[in-house]
Design a protein around this ligand. Structure first.
Ligand code: G3P
Ligand code: MG
Length: 350
């Protein structure tokens, strides 16, 4: 195609503009890939009025896989090359915590647990366990599941009886709310961080969670519970167990500022790769970042809060008529889908 030909001759870059794509509900819906996504990325890869490539990142509250795996999956599904460094998952900024907890024992929760443990180890956490590791050690810790098999564990069977935890990190949606509510509340209130010891009257360690989405959009006709649904249950259980004490935690993921600051550093690195001798300060001063998303509470609120230009599409969580997006925090533009969003962005920047 023309774009493929253009990509063989290294196109120069238009660095005054950058685009952050949400994934679920914008480029894909669960197992379904949206055709408009392919065309939207091709426009940014050179098929535009500038005849140049426009830098873009994928900024998703999804997770539970490595950035490389997500990049490979979306590249395959959209037929457009996406590099791992362009992918920002809900937990990508949590890499910074690895320095603080490098050899400290942490509980990693969510997703296919041993896979999330490997992701954490890849970030530099060297002492990681999961709820399945704990239930394998003491099946009575959560009697409502079959004892985890060896391949479900993140490490050889481990004795936790005198092995304190120092933090709990949720990397992805819980695949077993009951087990994870039980184990997470146990760890958060066990004296000395040793699970099974008597309960303290306070939260004994920090909790970090990676995605506040109450709902998200997949191929089902109605939005589905996101990681934020688990947080709602966890807060309710914590209040019930501690006579109403608040659960303290640090939230990553859109709309939190940490995600946007991380994304801007990624765009900076992309600009320096595209034009090594460029003045980064000038690029940052001139760069207008557009965010395209389907969830007003995450994508639009986050982009607006970061001073970016937000574009809300109707293919996901939001499907309302024009102008009916959140009046308290409206998107700069509402479009039917992502291809229309990119067309508007390029027209706005030409
Ligand atoms: O688990 C992913 C979901 O919460 C939302 O993903 O790509 O729409 O930010 P995304
Ligand atoms: Mg989305």
């Amino acid at each position: 195609s023309t774009v493929a030909r253009k990509q063989t001759s290294p196109l120069s870059w238009h660095l005054d503009t950058a685009v952050a794509f949400d994934i679920d509900g914008v480029l894909i819906k669960g197992k379904r890939t949206l055709d408009e996504g392919r065309r939207a990325l091709e426009m940014l890869n050179g098929d535009n009025v500038f005849g140049k490539r426009i830098p873009f990142v994928l900024l998703t509250n999804g997770g539970g896989v490595t950035e490389a795996a997500k990049a490979a999956d979306i590249s395959r599904r959209l037929g457009v090359e996406i590099k791992p460094e362009q992918v920002i998952l809900s937990h990508s900024p949590m890499q910074a915590l690895a320095e603080k907890y490098s050899d400290k024992h942490v509980l990693v929760v969510g997703g296919v647990q041993h896979r999330c443990a490997e992701i954490a180890r890849g970030y530099g956490f060297t002492n990681v366990s999961t709820p399945n590791d704990i239930v394998a050690w003491q099946p009575a810790a959560w009697p409502f599941m079959k004892a985890p098999t060896d391949k479900m564990l993140s490490q050889p069977l481990r004795d936790f009886s005198n092995d304190p935890f120092y933090a709990v990190l949720q990397f992805h949606d819980s695949f077993d709310y009951g087990r994870d509510l039980q184990i997470v509340t146990d760890v958060l209130r066990s004296r000395g961080g040793v699970i099974g010891s008597e309960y303290a009257d306070h939260q004994v360690m920090p909790l970090y969670m990676s995605n506040p989405d109450l709902v998200y959009s997949n191929e089902y006709p109605r939005p589905r519970f996101g990681q934020g649904a688990f947080h709602t249950c966890l807060r309710a259980m914590w209040a019930a167990l501690t006579n109403g004490k608040p659960l303290n935690y640090t939230l990553y993921g859109k709309p939190n500022k940490v995600q946007y600051q991380y994304a801007e550093r990624v765009l900076d690195r992309m600009a320096l790769q595209a034009a090594p001798n460029t003045d980064l300060g000038q690029v940052q001063a001139k760069r207008r970042v557009f965010a395209i998303g389907d969830n007003p509470a995450a994508d639009i609120a986050g982009a607006n809060g970061a001073g970016w230009t937000s574009v809300l599409v109707r293919t996901g969580v939001f499907s309302g008529p024009e102008g009916s997006n959140d009046p308290a925090n409206p998107a700069h533009r509402v479009t039917d889908h992502v291809e229309e969003a990119v067309k508007w962005i390029i027209e706005s920047e030409a």
